[in-house]
Structures are given as structure tokens and as C-alpha cells.
Design a binder for this molecule. Structure first.
Ligand SMILES: [Zn+2]
Ligand SMILES: [Zn+2]
Length: 302
């Protein structure tokens, strides 16, 4: 049963992928050459060079070995996986075990990620990892928290006082070692992976990113305790969360397949009012064109 594919476009940012709680989550930004989580390594993930892993739960991480092996088959560069530091050793062991089973060990670049330490992807693009509120494993006494990631565009703008200078004058200043530009960061997409609400929502690059990918796993009113126990967000938590956020678009992911999207949308409008519904959307409502549910088929599953 393949998960449906969604495509969400805002300005020049395109997000392609699928996200259903417990089944599979991966969100690809093809123009940024990255994917948030790998899911089960569907075709869409194989074309990007950078995979940002939020945590080790199977619905987000199952495709790691397959991604690297397929990259080799389609003759791409090995690709890069960025993973929370405590998981790196286990991921390397997993790839070695797969090599024993498969008979072949594809090349793989695995990078250890620490919250707050930027990942440079291009001259004009960095990714900033941050800790979210989704403890996912206790190893000995260590509590391993999941990570979120913000893709940030970096621009170098001419400092205002030099605006009237000519090209040659600017070149001359540069030669003298004068700093004529300032660095400007434009947060494009913040991906929070699986998480309950937490202080990470107050980080500037998260609350100001153009698009916020935020999980909302539970919507039924009797599921609040389940949401809390699993460190997930319940639709009623959004009352407290949304006023803190400046994002142009808030895209809700990780809804359970159990809940029909039409029902979830109605609940969202009841909870937050229809005036917010332009700004807040469920990712899976943006089913890619050409794949419509058949009569009698649930509207968020195949
Ligand atoms: Zn999950
Ligand atoms: Zn999880």
C-alpha cells in the first residue's frame, strides 16, 4: 500500500512527499536539494543529495540503507545523511549489517548533527538543527531527543552607507579589507519532525520561517492523553501554539490515516476559526494532481 504523494507550493518553495503517522514521513524540497526524513526511501527522495533525519523512529528512518544503495544504482553521488549524534554509530552498524545481507556496501556519507551547529549546504543555503520535544530512545541513562531542521537562505547585502558608491569604489574598499556587506538570513522552511509543543517554537528561525512544517498527529478530543504520552501535538494544542508563530504558512503533517482529511479540516476550522484556514493547512490535503481518491476510498489514503 503506497502512501499518497502530496505537493505543497508557496512562493518559490516546493515541498513534495508524504506524511502519515506511524506509516511514513518524508518531505523533499527538490530545489533546495534536500529532504526532511527519508521515510521508506520513495523515488522522490533519491534525487536529492542531503537527507536530514529527525529521529530514529521507523516511519521516518526505515529507508536509510535503501537510499544509499539506490543512489549507487542510479549512478548518483553517494548522498549525505545528517543524523542526531547519538544515532550515528547505530546507523553505521545497520549499513554494515545490510552489506553482509546484500553482499554489497554502497558508499555513504553520514554526518553527526548537534543542535545549534549549522550545516552548510551551499554558499547561499545552510540548515540549522534544533532540539524538539520528542524523546525517542533511552540508552542506558541517556535521553535522546529528536531534532528539527530549518533551511535558511543566506544573502550578503551591501551595507546601507555604501549604497551610493560606484562599482570601482566598492572594489577599492574591498581591497582595503573593509566589510561592505552584511549577512542576512532568510529562514525558508522549518521542519519539526515528531514533537509535542516546546520552547523550540520560540526560536527566531522557526517562528519566522516562511513555511513551518509542524506535526499534528491527533485531532479527536478523547486523544489528548495519547498525544501527551507519545510527545505529539493534538489539534487543541494549536490554540496555544499558533499565536506564537509568524510563519506565512503552517503546514500540518503526521496526521493519522485513521482521520479523514475532510473531518480534520472541519475540526481545525472549529478549533481555530475559518479565518486561519488560509494560513494553516494539512500537507496531505495537497494531493499531487492526477491521483484523486476513487469513490468510496478514504480521502487521505490509498
Ligand atoms: Zn512519526
Ligand atoms: Zn516519532
Amino acid at each position: 500500500m503506497a502512501a499518497p504523494l502530496a505537493e505543497f507550493v508557496h512562493g518559490n518553495i516546493r515541498l513534495l512527499g508524504s506524511s502519515l503517522a506511524g506509516e511514513e514521513t518524508y518531505i523533499v524540497a527538490p530545489e533546495l536539494n534536500l529532504a526532511f526524513d527519508i521515510g521508506r526511501a520513495q523515488r522522490e527522495t533519491l534525487g536529492v543529495d542531503h537527507i536530514l533525519l529527525s529521529h530514529g523512529h521507523m516511519d521516518h528512518a526505515a529507508g536509510i540503507a535503501y537510499y544509499f544503495s539506490q543512489r549507487m544504482f542510479i549512478d548518483n553521488q553517494p548522498g549525505h545523511l545528517y543524523a542526531p549524534a547519538p544515532l550515528v554509530g547505530a546507523i553505521q552498524r545497520l549499513l554494515r549489517i545490510w552489506a553482509d545481507i546484500d553482499g554489497h556496501e554502497p558508499p555513504a556519507n553520514i554526518h553527526s548533527v548537534e543542535p545549534g551547529v549549522d550545516i552548510p549546504l551551499r554558499r547561499d543555503l545552510i540548515v540549522r538543527p534544533f532540539e524538539v520535544n520528542h524523546p525517542c530512545r533511552r540508552r542506558e541513562r541517556e535521553l535522546i531527543r529528536a531534532l528539527g531542521y530549518t533551511a535558511i537562505e543566506v544573502r550578503h547585502k551591501l551595507i546601507e552607507e555604501y549604497h551610493n558608491l560606484t562599482g570601482p569604489q566598492l572594489v577599492e574598499l574591498k581591497k582595503q579589507g573593509v566589510q561592505i556587506t552584511r549577512r542576512v538570513e532568510i529562514p525558508l522552511v522549518a521542519y519539526c519532525g515528531d514533537t509535542a509543543a516546546g520552547s523550540f517554537l520560540d526560536l527566531d528561525h522557526v517562528r519566522n520561517s516562511k513555511i513551518l512544517l509542524l506535526e499534528c498527529t491527533f485531532v479527536e478530543s478523547d486523544h489528548r492523553a495519547r498525544a501527551r504520552a507519545g510527545h505529539h501535538i493534538h489539534i487543541q494544542d494549536l490554540h496555544e501554539i499558533i499565536p506564537r508563530l509568524n510563519n506565512e504558512k503552517i503546514v500540518l503533517i503526521h496526521l493519522s490515516r485513521r482521520t479523514a482529511l475532510s473531518a480534520a479540516r472541519k475540526l481545525l476550522e472549529r478549533e481555530l476559526g475559518s479565518d486561519l484556514s488560509e494560513r494553516i493547512t494539512f500537507f496531505m490535503e495537497h494531493r499531487r494532481r492526477g491521483r484523486r481518491p476513487r469513490p468510496g476510498e478514504p480521502d487521505n489514503g490509498e
